[in-house]
Write a protein that binds this ligand. Structure first.
Ligand code: NAP
Length: 308
């Protein structure tokens, strides 16, 4: 096996320019870990929030650091106590750090088997989006026959939440800019435009308001979402840190149920109920550009990094 591998690394907080491709030594997996040969890595806003230092108070970075929480790849080696994976297994998972690389160490508990017919890019784009969408819909207790509003429905988390909610039997109203309205319809949501007049727009589709609302954008829609659901009880956000002011729950998707949720999401991909738009793929040396595009805030679906 190779002794060194290429990885995107940063050694200080800063803009996208702090990211550099370097050679690192291939590590041996420790207890509970597997070594994954990366086929594709998903880009999440948390990756650049960690890189810039924006979340340093809550989540300080240990330098040198390799970004990337989402990974899909092939198991190259396993730690002594890992019984559920073996070299050659195709896997995907949500692992926190390190996936913008040719190899990464992953906690075995945070990866799942990738069905053979799910493309690498799709598998790499799913983990954080699916884990977060399931967490939010579970906290909202969304049921068949209900109407759910998803704010930021064209993004990574939002687009997956729309489709899981449809699978659960809910009707979905999703917010996006005009250019993404046809895309939202293709996912099974009724599109409306975010911003001023959001509550009125929702009521043109659901005159009695909605049963629940998921703020997957964090761009100031909470008052409108509380308005259309009649109160804050069935509104959650994953990105608005003013949640408390509005009496709304802030949802953080932890690692507890990751494998089960990844398996559920992959099963929906396999049976055609869940698709993921891959907006663009980048090589390792283009990781800074991937961050710039993600920071722009208008990605349809996911950006993916593929080791070149
Ligand atoms: N708490 C957690 O556990 C957790 C987990 C994952 C993500 N997050 C956070 O959740 C947020 C979304 O994550 P993501 O991965 O889905 O991001 P993303 O894929 O980058 O989301 C981009 C989407 O946001 C939409 N958007 C832009 N401005 C908007 C606005 N003013 N109102 C509504 N939608 C708007 C865009 O749609 P248009 O192009 O149509 O404008 C675009 O499709 C991020 O802030 C992320 O850090 C939190």
């Amino acid at each position: 096996m190779l002794k060194t591998y290429r990885a995107v690394q940063f050694t200080e907080y800063g803009g996208p320019e702090v990211l550099h491709v370097v050679d690192r030594e291939v590590p041996r997996p420790g207890p509970g870990e597997v070594l994954v040969e990366v086929r594709a890595a998903g880009v999440n806003p948390l990756d650049w929030q960690l890189r810039s230092g924006a979340v340093a108070a809550m989540m300080p970075v240990e330098f040198p650091a390799v970004p990337g929480g989402d990974v899909a790849g092939v198991v190259a080696d396993v730690g002594k106590d890992v019984a559920d994976f073996a070299a050659g297994d195709e896997v995907f998972g949500s692992i926190g750090f390190g996936s913008y690389a040719e190899f990464v160490l992953a906690p075995a508990a945070q990866i799942a088997r990738k069905p053979g017919n799910v493309p690498w890019e799709i598998a790499a784009g799913l983990p954080v989006a699916a884990n977060t969408a399931y967490q939010a819909l579970c906290d909202l207790d969304v049921k068949a026959g209900e109407t759910l509003v998803v704010d930021g429905a064209a993004g990574g988390v939002g687009s997956v939440a729309v489709q899981i909610a449809r699978h659960l039997g809910a009707a979905v109203i999703g917010t996006a800019s005009e250019r993404n309205h046809a895309y939202l319809r293709s996912l099974g949501a009724e599109p409306v435009t975010y911003g001023e007049g959001l509550a009125e727009q929702v009521r043109t589709i659901a005159p009695n308001g909605a049963d629940a609302a998921f703020d997957a954008a964090g761009k100031g829609s909470l008052p409108a979402l509380v308005d259309v659901t009649g109160g804050p009880e069935r509104v959650v956000t994953i990105a608005d840190h003013r949640a408390e002011e509005h009496g709304v729950r802030f949802v953080f998707a932890g690692a507890g149920a990751i494998r089960e949720r990844l398996e559920q999401a992959a099963a929906l991909v396999v049976n055609g109920e869940l698709t993921l738009s891959v907006a663009r793929t980048y090589s390792l040396s283009q990781a800074a550009d991937a961050h710039r595009e993600s920071e722009g805030g208008h990605v349809r679906g996911k950006l993916i990094i593929v080791p070149d």
